[in-house]
Design a protein around this ligand. Structure first.
Ligand code: C2O
Ligand code: CU
Length: 498
């Protein structure tokens, strides 16, 4: 086709021009394709690889003082106080909208049974995989278990395949509200229901608030294609409670996104966050309480003399009171309780102002290849896939980390094996109760300063608990110097923790 307004070029000029142009375009294309191919090649992880030096001789040399993660266990000679057998199965389940989906059960139900232990108990849980084809594991979310018991496929154990089993043993040291879930193909198995609540009750007189007359677990979960539920039940769940009784409500957010909880019909106090009691928490009036994905909040709620009280979260509520009592309903309060200023300061177990090491965990996003797949992926400190930083620590160190979210989405950040103390948000210091978390929402544009004591040797995942984000690369590890693992990740390993 030719442009009628343009004088025609001589056939020779046009030919010469097009040849030169074509050569240049071809050369540029070749460079671009070569560059993309190299990026693609470089992003591919080997069929199997280790996150840490291995004893097998293929990885880096391990010093004589190297510790294998499998040896980091609880006292093998101590008998169990709480013993449980959990059978994992694939199942076709029905969601709250009547639709069916491929899900999972533990001992025939989802969520799995509530595990209850007393502070100091030795807990022993034998996981049997009956027929979960991808294999499975159990991770004790928020519990600082010994590293070999952390349940991360490819890091602390191999996935348990159908017919296999794995026994988890740990001491329930810190009383509080926790949960357990699969950490193999976790973005499918957790939403599909391979999870359950875990409560560690305090021993009287050891610190945790024991004023409550009873407690009630409120496990929030949304199954595939369904609406929000409390332990599988949509809309309203009721628990009998006498007028005047104070109930410790243990809210657990097992979803991938933030949950909000508030109370209608009474004031509440927020007793604990992520299993740790807050110091002198005041009355919460007209504020909603945020739970990051994976987080827990324990609320003290007193049943009124003449009615019932309703603990609400969008779409669901837990009513506490006599069987026929009516509980009021309230819209979500406009303002959120700010844990940066809630409660009263207390003495800390270490000097948070003088860390031995400081790290940055900067979350971003860019176009590139993640294990050979082109896309728009998450980055950590600008890098992705196997190039993300691994944070090394030594036992005994106080480690500071600044989490910076330069992406447009919230990320519920979760470090395994440790409780971390929040010291500042956007540079503004925390002035309330010590605020210990294991699951922390970092909103778009926010930065959080956290600090933790490296007192639990191992190799610990440090990832986003919006589990599809972990699949998309928002995952790395905090690794103790000298700790090695014999387990492998990668396509050929059978392990896929995300
Ligand atoms: Cu709740 Cu890495 O997990
Ligand atoms: Cu995320």
């Amino acid at each position: 086709m030719s442009d009628p307004d343009r004088p025609a070029e001589g056939p020779e000029t046009a030919h010469r021009f097009s040849t030169t142009a074509r050569r240049a375009v071809v050369a540029l294309l070749a460079v671009a394709i070569g560059w993309a191919a190299w990026l693609w090649w470089d992003s591919r992880v080997p069929a199997t690889y280790s996150v840490a030096p291995t004893h097998s001789g293929h990885g880096a040399q391990v010093g004589a003082d190297g510790v294998d993660v499998v040896d980091l266990t609880a006292d093998p000679d101590r008998p169990a106080d709480v013993r449980m057998r959990l059978e994992a199965r694939s199942a076709t389940l029905t969601n709250s909208n009547g639709g069916s989906f491929r899900g999972y059960t533990l001992n025939g139900s989802s969520p799995g049974p509530e595990i209850r232990a007393r502070e100091g108990d030795m807990v022993e849980v034998a996981l049997h995989n009956i027929d979960v084809a991808d294999g499975t594991t159990l991770h004790w979310h928020g519990v600082d278990v010994p590293a070999a018991m952390d349940g991360v496929a490819g890091v602390t154990q191999d996935a348990v395949h159908p017919g296999g089993s794995f026994t988890y043993r740990f001491v329930a040291e810190d009383p509080g509200t926790y949960w357990y879930h699969a950490h193999q193909v976790s973005h499918e198995q957790v939403i599909g229901g391979l999870l359950g609540p875990l409560v560690i009750e305090p021993v009287a007189g050891t610190g945790q608030d024991t004023d409550a007359d009873a407690d009630a677990t409120m496990l929030l979960h949304t199954y595939p294609g369904g609406s929000r539920t409390i332990a599988g039940v949509p809309e309203e769940t009721r628990r009998d409670a006498a007028p005047g009784a104070t109930i410790r409500v243990r809210a657990i957010n097992t979803d991938n996104v933030t949950a909000q909880v508030w109370v209608a019909g009474a004031d509440a106090r927020l007793l604990a966050v992520d299993g740790t009691d807050l110091h002198k928490p005041g009355v919460v009036k007209n504020r909603r309480i945020r739970l990051a994905a994976g987080a827990r909040a324990d609320l003290a709620v007193t049943v009124p003399a003449d009615g019932a009280v309703r603990v609400q979260s969008p779409g669901v509520s837990l009513v506490l009171g006599p069987p026929d009592a009516v509980a009021p309903e309230a819209p979500s309060p406009a303002e959120e309780l700010d844990l940066l200023t809630y409660g009263t300061p207390a003495v800390l177990p270490f000097d948070a102002g003088a860390p031995d090491r400081s790290y940055e965990y900067r979350i971003g996003q860019r176009v590139g290849f993640l294990d050979g797949r082109p896309g728009y992926w998450w980055t950590i400190n600008g890098r992705m896939g196997r190039h993300v930083p691994m944070y090394t620590v030594n036992e005994g160190e106080v480690v500071a980390m600044r989490i910076v979210n330069r992406s447009p989405e919230v990320h519920p950040m979760h470090l395994h094996g440790h409780h971390v103390l929040v010291t500042a948000r956007d540079g503004r210091p925390a002035t309330g109760s010590p605020w210990w978390v294991d699951s922390l929402d970092v909103e778009a544009g926010e930065s959080y300063d956290i600090v933790f004591l490296a007192d639990n040797p191992g190799i610990w995942m440090d990832h986003c608990h919006n589990l599809p984000h972990a699949v998309e690369g928002l995952m790395t590890h905090v690794s103790y110097e000298g700790v090695t693992t014999p387990f492998l990740l990668g396509r050929g390993s059978g392990n896929e923790p995300e």
